[in-house]
Design a protein around this ligand. Structure first.
Ligand code: ADP
Ligand code: MG
Ligand code: MG
Length: 888
């Protein structure tokens, strides 16, 4: 029979990744901590395979699971000398979900499971601490009811608040056993009222309820949303960890805490964390009490009076330091740890590699190479390329005027401005209207993830550096200020107060997640610093990678930015954007409205000097680096006026009738412009357009030559489907070149190539390559044409496709390896068979997507080209692709 359950100390022999796949991250790391001799409460893991089997069996437990769990419980009982459900000496457990990667959308942990009306008496007697026993019981009922039975936690919190009011106390810790007993009775009435069932007293019924809830939570909406945002496949499943409880809530020599082995915001090599005395589990991260610093140094820096763990429990603190160092050495990475102290004894409850900001990721990777902990290749693999984006964006201008209204914790760096919004749904709605928002919440929970994703930044009133808002924001690379206690939110009237100032929904505020400041209005920002560790990592990446990185750019500004970010050429210069410029659109329109070739040539002649200047500017910025210029691609009607007003003003400028213009517009109308008269098809009908563009290119080249600026133009013909099209148009380019060369008595160097963006072109690469010096895969159009999905219309249903697992990820974001990818690979192979030296590249959006870049390396492309801000991402991704290609 299949093994569904593994004791933490008897896990199967597998490599690290294999073990994580089977036991989930939490389970695998618990077993690893035991292996290296750390104190971990005993327990067992129900595998991810059991979760998948649960779904295969239509949400029924796998056969044999029941027996295996019971025998695993027996082993735990033996190990710690307590019995599950025993009236005198009860074993209590926690039930914890744990997928391969930590997932905030999953079921919350249930603590203290195994308590009922009888075992609570045993616990009280055994520990001689009745208050503790009933505090644990009420916590269990609250958690279990909320996460397993679906009774909203507000029901219980309201009861506790009212009770405290009546009693005249403020803290939960002010309540004693008698109080909790009364409250527990009320809790149970609420449960009965809400779900028409009694709270389960049978401990195994409790356990199966919790295990089932973990399995179910794998497919709840929150988890699905999180998976979609983070590209986590559904088939991974989650594991369930059942672990004997240790108690941080037995008195003042008990505590619970979370810590990072290095600072997750800055990457600084200093132990960093938060803890709470006499507390349990999620108290630290839930934002109910404000946690205290672990180290004295951090306390002093925060100017806090609440004593650090280093000061209140020096001995245990010393052990914790030993342990964190050991963990860092073992995992060779920054760790995020969770621990509990029960009567001065330290227990480790979790370790995992810590989420960090991009800045911290880079500093830690560089430092660890210096410390000889890891090699450069490993350092490069440690950094998530997508995160670099956050470093390339602006921070607050130190010289800008700031109207600071509040301060909180600097929970996730970067600055952002936007309209105040108080709910995740509102943030999402505004985002869809292209509006920037700051999501302002008391605290966030997994239900808010979609709103956090939509907002520019997050501001919370409660919670520390390890609160939900802080952790999720850092993961998303969004600025966050947490625990800004002076802000008072009124959700009802949609406003917040600070002192006597009132801020309403829709007003603009700015947050600085690096300083914790909250400001009224929009504050100016400045360019980021990309020197130091960043440039070091980038230089390692450049030495490692094989593929070149180019950029898609057509304006001098974009071109300059891309050069600063390390672009090694232009992979796609779209000439049509140049046509829209105010000064020349008139001539473009005149050209389109022309009835004869002569008229058209005359109009084109007026556009020529503009185009020449465009190319000259770009060539001089790129100083000899390759520049791929795509000749005109979109259908002509895109350039014609749309509104009545524009039409009439065009008519008077050109001295023709409005009717003539309108007729031409309707002539040019296409049912399906994406597949219409565009790309090289335009030049087959009107060769003079491409002739003018080539003339402008060669004029610019010759001018550069005169000024001793090196140039390497690559002329690219779009939307080719057949060899003949390219043959005809290459001949057009060549004869223009010959003519110019003769006229100026100068040699002209250039290349001619094509975009591969139609399936037929990919299939006929062999034939097409006869006329091409290079191919550039235009994977935006190639995806549209291969899948038969229009990118502009896909928004309406792509989500459903991802939800139903038809696509793992939006194929316009990450290349569809099995479809579009096959065409790319085939085209590369056939082109090389004909012309081994042919240059191959990609210039779709995919050129800046790390997963797609991995694919490009495999397909054997020479370069990727992407938008300027993605250039650093592509440089790092290309290095990672190269490193991984050596490993497999
Ligand atoms: P998450 O994945 O959300 O971090 P965990 O399973 O780690 O959830 O549980 C959250 C917290 O519950 C832990 O940090 C720890 O404080 C507490 N906890 C979990 N298991 C135990 C246990 N066996 N004994 C004591 N506390 C526990
Ligand atoms: Mg945890
Ligand atoms: Mg295209």
């Amino acid at each position: 029979m299949a093994t569904w359950v593994y004791n933490f100390s008897k896990t199967p022999k597998k490599d690290k990744a294999g073990l994580k796949n089977l036991l989930g991250g939490k389970g695998a790391n618990l077993s690893e901590m035991i292996k290296i001799g750390l104190p971990v409460p005993p327990g067992f893991t129900i595998t991810t395979e059991a979760c998948n089997e649960f779904y295969k069996r239509n949400r029924k437990n796998p056969i044999g699971l029941d027996k295996q769990v019971k025998s695993a419980i027996k082993e735990v009982e033996k190990k710690i000398g307590k019995k599950f459900g025993d009236k005198k000496n009860p074993l209590l457990v926690s039930v914890r979900s744990g997928a391969r990667v930590s997932m905030p959308g999953m079921m919350d942990t249930v603590l203290n499971l195994g308590l009922n009306d009888e075992t609570v008496l045993g616990l009280a007697a055994k520990t001689k601490n009745e208050t503790f026993a009933y505090d644990s019981y009420r916590r269990f009922i609250q958690m279990y009811s909320n996460v397993v039975l679906g009774v909203d936690h507000h029901n219980f919190e309201d009861l506790i608040e009212n009770y405290k009011l009546t009693k005249g106390v403020t803290l939960d810790t002010d309540l004693d056993a008698e109080d909790w007993k009364k409250l527990i009775k009320d809790f149970r009435d609420v449960i009965k009222r809400e779900i028409k069932k009694d709270f389960p007293q049978d401990v195994y019924q409790q356990l199966w309820g919790a295990v089932g809830a973990v399995f179910q939570s794998w497919r709840n909406q929150r988890a699905k949303t999180y998976r979609k945002l983070n590209n986590i496949p559904e088939e991974w499943g989650t594991a369930v960890n059942v672990q004997s409880m240790v108690f941080g809530n037995m008195g003042d020599d008990c505590a619970t805490g979370v810590a990072f082995t290095r600072n997750p915001s800055t990457g600084e090599k200093s132990f960093y964390g938060e803890y709470l005395i006499n507390a349990q589990g999620e108290d630290v991260v839930a934002g109910i009490r404000t946690p205290q610093n672990i180290t004295k140094k951090a306390r002093l820096e925060a100017k806090s009076d609440a004593l650090s763990m280093e000061e209140t429990m020096p001995k245990v603190y010393g052990q914790l330091v030993q342990i964190y160092k050991k963990l860092e050495k073992h995992y060779k990475d920054m760790q995020d740890i969770e621990f509990t102290v029960e009567n001065k004894k330290l227990w480790m409850l979790q370790t995992r590699s810590g989420k960090r900001t991009a800045k911290a990721a880079i500093k830690i990777a560089v430092d660890m190479v210096k410390e000889n902990l890891i090699k450069k290749d490993e350092a490069l693999l440690r950094i998530d390329p997508k995160m670099l984006d956050t470093l390339l964006h602006p921070t607050l201008d130190p010289k800008a005027e700031k109207d600071i209204i509040a301060k909180g914790l600097p929970a996730s760096p970067g600055a952002a401005s936007g309209k105040i919004t108080f709910s995740a749904d509102d943030a999402e709605t505004l985002k869809s209207q292209n509006q920037k928002t700051i999501l302002v919440r008391l605290e966030t929970s997994p239900e808010d993830i979609h709103g956090m994703n939509a907002a520019e930044g997050i501001l919370t009133c409660r919670g520390g550096m390890t609160s939900h808002a802080a952790v999720v924001a850092r993961g998303m690379g969004k600025p966050c200020v947490s625990g800004s206690g002076t802000i008072q939110i009124d959700y009802q009237s949609k406003e917040f107060k600070v002192g006597n100032r009132v801020f309403k929904e829709g007003e603009i505020i700015t947050i600085d997640g690096s300083s914790g400041e909250v400001m009224s209005g929009e504050v100016k920002t400045i360019k980021p610093d990309i020197s130091g560790d960043f440039s070091k990592i980038m230089s390692w990446a450049d030495k490692t990678r094989k593929m070149q990185v180019r950029t898609n750019a057509e304006t001098p500004l974009d071109t300059k930015v891309a050069r600063e970010f390390g672009a090694e050429g232009i992979g796609l210069c779209r000439t049509e954007h140049m046509f829209f410029d105010e000064e020349r659109i008139l001539y473009v329109r005149q050209m389109i409205l022309s009835k004869s070739k002569e008229d058209r040539s005359e109009a084109l002649g007026k556009i020529l000097p503009f185009q020449k200047k465009d190319f000259y500017e770009i060539f001089s910025i790129m100083k000899g680096l390759p520049v791929t210029i795509r000749l005109l691609d979109p259908p002509l009607h895109e350039f014609l006026p749309k509104s009545e007003k524009e039409i009439s003003s065009l008519a008077s400028s050109l001295g023709i009738s409005e009717k003539e213009i309108k007729d031409r517009i309707s002539d040019l109308h296409e049912e399906n412009p994406m597949l219409g008269h565009r790309g090289c098809r335009l030049a087959i009908s009107y060769p003079e357009i491409y002739e003018m563009q080539c003339e402008a290119i060669f004029e610019a080249v010759l001018q550069c030559k005169k000024e001793k600026i090196k140039v390497l133009p690559e002329i690219m013909i779009p939307l080719v489907a057949t060899g003949q099209e390219l043959e005809i148009l290459k001949e057009l380019v060549d004869s223009k070149a010959k003519e110019m060369s003769k006229k100026y008595n100068q040699k002209l160097d250039y290349m001619v190539g094509t975009m591969i963006e139609l399936p037929r072109a990919a299939l006929n690469a062999h034939d097409i390559s006869k006329h091409a010096d290079f191919f550039s895969f235009g994977t935006n159009d190639l995806t549209q044409t291969t899948l038969g999905i229009s990118r502009d219309d896909a928004g309406k249903f792509l989500d459903d496709y991802v939800d139903n697992n038809i696509f793992k990820i939006d194929p316009f974001v990450s290349i569809d390896v099995n479809g579009v990818g096959q065409l790319v690979e085939l085209a590369c192979k056939n082109a090389k068979r004909n012309k081994s030296k042919i240059k191959l590249g990609i210039c779709g959006e995919h050129g800046g997507d790390p997963d797609s870049i991995m694919f490009c390396q495999k397909a054997g492309l020479n370069y990727v080209s992407c938008s300027p801000y993605r250039v650093p991402i592509a440089r790092l991704s290309a290095a990672q692709a190269k490193i991984l290609s050596k490993r497999n």
